[in-house]
Design a protein around this ligand. Structure first.
Ligand code: HEM
Length: 188
């Protein structure tokens, strides 16, 4: 399949996920919680997936044709994070900025989410060719290592969101650690 068609197929598939997510939340018992949590989780899945492209293509060089999908994956991770944050601002707090501030102050869990979101915004804004040329490739590559602190903080945020120990955050954190170790040992 040509690369443009592959990218389009992934865009459409993730759009379907978003529509399905909204539909499930609307049909469910608690729209705000379901939409907020599902969008946060999907953002994490896609961030982790975007980090898998390099190790997988090292193992299977023929799969390098799929590398352009990494940008689509990353942009959708940011889109889901935007849905997550917008649900919090609009549906959960109804734009009550004072209420939000009271929630934020002294709350490490929320701070991790905010810093992670700010880093994801930088990554999304610098994901095009113009940004790559702006200060040269090396600088652009450095900016893109921000994915690691952004993801680490988002995973900490996910872990802290659980009232009881759950297997899913532990699984995602384990995948992240494996990817970090791989990068430290094998990436150039
Ligand atoms: C301004 C930034 C953010 C705010 C204010 C925020 C807020 C929240 C809140 C209020 C919850 C629910 C906690 C609870 O259950 O009591 C939550 C959960 C969560 N957030 Fe965020 N968040 C932010 C950024 C992020 C980002 C950037 C990500 C992912 C990249 C993320 C992923 C998640 C996940 C996975 C959950 C848990 C979902 C679950 O329990 O199934 N959040 N967040």
């Amino acid at each position: 399949m040509p690369q443009a068609a592959l990218r389009l197929a992934l865009h459409l598939a993730l759009l379907v996920v978003l529509v399905w997510m909204v539909q499930e939340a609307v049909a469910g018992a608690d729209l705000v919680t379901e939409l907020r949590d599902a969008s946060g989780r999907w953002s994490l899945y896609l961030l982790l997936l975007s980090l898998c492209f390099t190790p997988v293509t090292r193992l299977r060089p023929a799969w390098r044709v799929y590398i352009p999908l990494r940008r689509v994956t990353g942009l959708w991770a940011f889109a889901f994070a935007c849905v997550h944050v917008l649900v919090w601002i609009s549906l959960e707090f109804a734009f009550d900025w004072r209420g939000m501030w009271q929630e934020i102050v002294g709350n490490l869990f929320i701070w991790l989410g905010i810093i992670s979101f700010a880093l994801l915004k930088v990554l999304a804004a610098s994901s095009n060719r113009k940004a790559q040329r702006w200060r040269g490739y090396q600088y652009w590559r450095f900016i893109h290592t921000l994915i690691y602190p952004a993801l680490g903080m988002a995973l900490g945020h996910y872990f802290m969101a659980q009232k009881l120990p759950e297997w899913q955050p532990m699984l995602l954190i384990s995948v992240f650690i494996v990817l970090l170790v791989w990068r430290w040992r094998y990436a150039d």
